[in-house]
Design a protein around this ligand. Structure first.
Ligand code: ADP
Length: 320
């Protein structure tokens, strides 16, 4: 059996999403309770597309924590890396949908269970099986989860995994923008694949438009692929050998939540099948197009996890 396991590490939580935009949750006529957390979205996306997927993280031993673990299992994600905290509760995010379609977050994290994962709770056997080890930044902000995250990265790397990083900036979670920038750049150098959004590119570099020179300056010797997503405009890609843009798909977005995670999940599914894409531009472009299609479909339905497509849906959009 070939090794094709994709392990995602980090937070999984519940989003409370108001049914109308422009009002806070307290003012809304109702709300949706949606499973969320960027690394968990990626894990479920991989599984829905037919890939082998596992999630590693900590949940509260409460109604929400058990609901989330069940959602992983129902979606075919290995959950033997999930542990429960006996004291702290599962993280929650209270969302306001702004009139321009953007979102504002208020988090219950004081501290939430995900922040309390310790090194000794890591399922190292599972992590060592990863062909790709994917993670974000939120698990790096505070101890003890930060040490657990760094250890898991190290173990995965030693075992030969490709490290995949999506900074997934949620600024209010850091004590300052400077601290966020510093933490993101300090683990940037360890990753082999990185996906950032255009907003994150601007935050990290101070450049409003994405110029190739600045993007290339973010490359380092271990980084095989840097992707900068551009919302409806698709995505820019950079490798050691070539760079370019792949246009996005025209769809009618209703909620862009999870588009970036769907993009990453699709990308990782293809990388695990064929590593030659780092050297073969034509193949890479096909893969990025597939990821763009997966991201685009996710914007056409509400929520993140409920909106993730299966492979058939992605192929349908791809083949027009
Ligand atoms: P993030 O969710 O991380 O901010 P983006 O919004 O850039 O990331 O979306 C990730 C990918 O999803 C894009 O590269 C694109 O392929 C697809 N996508 C996002 N928004 C749209 C949209 N409005 N129309 C079509 N595709 C989209």
């Amino acid at each position: 059996e070939s090794n094709s396991l994709i392990v995602s590490f980090g937070e999984m939580l519940i989003d409370f999403v108001p049914t109308e935009s422009g009002v806070s949750l307290a003012e809304a006529s109702g709300f949706l309770k949606a499973p969320a957390g960027a690394p968990a979205n990626v894990a479920i996306c991989v599984s829905k597309l037919g890939g082998k997927s596992a999630f590693v993280g900590k949940l509260g031993d409460d109604e929400f924590g058990h609901m989330l673990k069940d959602i992983l299992i129902k979606n075919g994600v290995r959950s033997d890396g999930v542990v429960f905290d006996q004291g702290a509760r599962t993280a929650l995010a209270f969302i306001t949908l702004l009139p321009d379609g953007d979102r504002e977050f208020m988090f219950y994290r004081n501290p939430s269970a995900d922040m309390l994962l310790t090194e000794s709770e890591l399922n190292l056997e599972l992590i060592r099986k990863a062909k790709i080890f994917h993670y974000g930044s939120i698990s790096l902000i505070t101890e003890p989860c930060r040490s657990a995250h760094l250890r898991a990265m190290e173990v995965a790397k030693e075992a030969g995994a490709i490290l995949s990083y999506d900074p997934n900036l949620r600024l209010p979670l850091w004590s300052s923008p400077e601290e966020a920038r510093e933490q993101i750049m300090s683990i940037w150098e360890h990753a082999n694949v990185i996906k950032v959004s255009d907003n994150e590119f601007e935050f990290l570099t101070g450049h409003k438009t994405i110029d190739d020179e600045t993007a290339i300056s973010l490359m380092h010797s271990g980084l095989k692929l840097l992707l900068i997503t551009l919302g409806c405009h698709g995505c820019k890609y950079y490798t050691k050998h070539f760079h370019g843009t792949v246009e996005g798909f025209k769809v009618k977005p209703v909620d862009t939540t999870g588009a970036g995670d769907a993009f990453v999940g699709a990308l990782l599914c293809k990388i695990v099948e064929d590593e030659s894409i780092f050297e073969d531009e034509e193949r890479l472009k096909k893969v990025v197009k597939f990821a763009n299609a997966c991201g685009a479909i996710t914007t056409t339905k509400r929520g993140a996890i409920p909106a993730l497509p299966n492979e058939e849906e992605v192929l349908k959009l791809l083949n027009g």
